[in-house]
Design a protein around this ligand. Structure first.
Ligand SMILES: [Zn+2]
Length: 291
């Protein structure tokens, strides 16, 4: 497995890095692709520390981590983590979908239950076979649903998505299999260099009357923190062969305004093969580890 880290360094801090480097300027940020073994990676860590402690600044926006696997690694994997690449709004809640948040955790706000059909806005859903809203609702195409049923895949049901009172051709994906338990081998963080704080005061984060603090990690174990830095690790209490789609017990993300914590999604090798063979769009995958 080879990991490529893609940093987006803000222009004002770029000159703190030694030159030449392989950065590409996209008009807003300098994009630097690197690996852990590359000296640039260590330099980025040091400059990031300097910027945050001495200049009280933020050196880069989000980082993407891409993993390339050998054919053998892919063949040997019994479980994959998948996610919809495109996120869109308005969310279900903004379009009249009802949630019961009285069942959500008082501390972290995760676990609110959707209690109405999913309403979304016409013309706003990406033309992909899978996508998700900023509220974490996962939307799939008719083609996806047809193939899932034809191939006798197990572990999810599909409910219609409505545009006002009209049924759309889109469906909401709802996993029904046993949920997977994410283990402490999974690394999450604010970014690749910095751990995620357990919570932050809400003042800088918008108005959320639910709580004085926004939680990233729940002391009761519901929320695992912000960005996934490693591949996800799960234990093997569920037999992976019994289903083709899974969601995690734990959530990641944050309950803030319209944002809702989301589970991680997993699938069987057969599901991944279907997506590739049938050219279903909007998916990304990585290997999920068992430990
Ligand atoms: Zn909680």
């Amino acid at each position: 497995m080879k990991e490529i880290f893609e940093f987006r360094v803000y222009e004002r801090y770029y000159d703190l890095l030694s030159k030449p480097n392989k950065a590409l300027f996209n008009g807003a940020v300098y994009i630097i692709k690197t690996t852990r073994q590359d000296p640039v990676f260590e330099e980025l860590r040091k400059v990031d520390e300097y910027v945050s402690s001495n200049l009280k600044g933020i050196m880069f926006s989000y980082t993407t981590i891409k993993r390339a696997y050998s054919d053998q690694e892919l063949k040997d994997s019994k479980l994959f983590h998948f996610w919809p690449i495109k996120q869109f709004g308005p969310t279900g809640e903004q379009c009249g979908t009802e949630y019961d948040d009285s069942v959500a955790c008082d501390i972290c706000g995760s676990g609110g239950r959707q209690i109405s059909p999913l309403f979304l806005a016409k013309g706003k859903i990406p033309q992909k076979d899978i996508s998700r809203t900023f509220g974490g609702e996962v939307i799939v195409s008719e083609k996806f649903v047809r193939l899932f049923k034809e191939k006798k895949m197990r572990g999810a049901i599909f409910k219609p998505v409505y545009f006002n009172k009209i049924i759309s051709k889109f469906h909401q994906l709802i996993p029904t299999s046993e949920k997977l338990n994410i283990t402490s081998s999974t690394v999450v963080g604010r970014n690749v260099f910095n751990a995620m704080p357990e919570y932050e005061k809400r003042s800088s984060l918008g108005d959320n009357p639910r709580q004085d603090y926004v939680y990233y990690k729940c002391p009761l174990g519901h929320l695992i923190g912000g960005n996934l830095i490693s591949e996800p690790y799960v234990d093997d209490r569920v037999n992976f062969k019994d289903y083709d789609i899974f969601e995690s017990i734990q959530y990641y993300g944050v309950r803030l305004n319209l944002l809702r914590p989301e589970p991680l999604y997993f699938c069987s090798p057969e599901f991944r093969e279907m997506v590739i063979d049938e050219k279903l769009t909007g998916f990304d995958f990585q290997i999920a580890r068992v430990k």
